[in-house]
Design a protein around this ligand. Structure first.
Ligand SMILES: Nc1ncnc2c1ncn2[C@@H]1O[C@H](COP(=O)(O)OP(=O)(O)OP(=O)(O)O)[C@@H](O)[C@H]1O
Ligand SMILES: [Mg+2]
Length: 283
């Protein structure tokens, strides 16, 4: 029997509004009325386009792709810190996210305060957080810094705390963004061991990484996202070489030949306009 889906992403589109030449103050606004060059220009940007994906219960899925391809956006939608412009996302069970470094932390609060805040945001009773707290701090190896504001942490230290919190909240679904690449060698190894233990317990994991060796070692399947679209989903030995070929093509300037001409920015917009695709519209 097929295992049920822990995460279902159906036809998801995510649009951001890019504000060029941002007009904030009254002075800027007055100047803009006289000078068109000072006017704010808004543009829609589709970070995800028609993404559909299923992660089965107990599966570890790696999300790879070039910078800006929409990986973090997709994880944030799954963690519900963002909402799709169109489409649906269903997640079964409790999600424990470790998003990009800094996301989810209040920088002015101490490490300890952030642990309690994150725990309560994820629905854990205070007594449960108190029970887990020593083990979270020990895992992160941040005993000497736990009462210092998180803004004074290095990015690696923030990642340690983020991973330690996410890994201790006994989630059904663990969502990790790049946590592995920021920590030092020893911590990366510790995270990978922890993820392997999660996997053995039958938890569902979705993680983003540029470390293809870690992706290959830890994942059952890999999804390649390029320019907001799913290009391939399958076993690591099939999908990772496609990404490597794409990266080589980008380096040698022939990416469009592999991706198809419709994916070049201007031609992509024209092609979509011809097809009546909503992503082609501008406000
Ligand atoms: N809040 C936002 N407002 C406007 N644009 C955004 C916002 N968040 C993300 N974007 C844009 O969406 C696109 C996808 O970003 P995202 O962070 O998901 O990429 P990524 O695949 O995680 O890249 P990386 O490998 O660099 O982490 C980028 O072009 C980014 O500029
Ligand atoms: Mg990212």
């Amino acid at each position: 029997m097929k295992t049920p889906a822990a995460i279902e992403v159906r036809g998801v589109w995510k649009r951001f509004i890019l504000r060029h030449n941002r007009v904030e103050t009254l002075k800027d606004r007055v100047l803009a009325t006289f000078d068109p060059r000072r006017r704010e220009r808004r543009e829609w940007f589709w970070a995800l386009q028609d993404v559909s994906l299923e992660v089965r219960q107990g599966e570890t899925l790696g999300l790879i792709g070039p910078n800006g391809s929409g990986k973090s956006t997709l994880l944030r939608l799954i963690a519900r810190t963002l909402f799709p412009t169109r489409g649906e996302i269903a997640v079964r069970g409790r999600v424990s996210p470790m998003l990009e470094v800094g996301v989810g932390f209040h920088l002015e609060l101490t490490g300890q305060e952030n642990v309690y805040l994150n725990g309560s945001l994820l629905g854990l009773p205070r007594r449960e957080i108190e029970r887990l707290y020593p083990s979270i701090v020990a895992f992160a190896e941040l005993e000497d810094f736990i009462d210092v504001p998180v803004k004074n942490y290095s990015s690696g230290m923030q990642a340690r705390l983020g991973f330690a919190v996410a890994a201790h909240l006994n989630p059904d679904v663990l969502v990790i963004d790049e946590g592995l690449s920021v920590g030092d060698e020893a911590f990366q190894r510790k995270c990978q061991e922890r993820m392997a233990a999660f996997r053995a317990e039958g938890k569902t994991i979705m993680f983003v990484s540029h470390n293809l060796r870690a992706v290959s070692a830890l994942c059952d399947r890999v999804c390649l996202l390029v320019r907001g679209r799913v290009v391939a989903v399958g076993p690591p030995p099939e999908v990772i070489p496609r990404y490597e070929a794409l990266s080589a093509a980008v380096r040698s300037g022939v990416a469009d030949r592999i991706l198809g001409p419709e994916l070049g920015p201007r031609r992509r917009r024209l092609a979509r306009e011809r097809q009546g695709d909503p992503a082609a519209r501008t406000p």
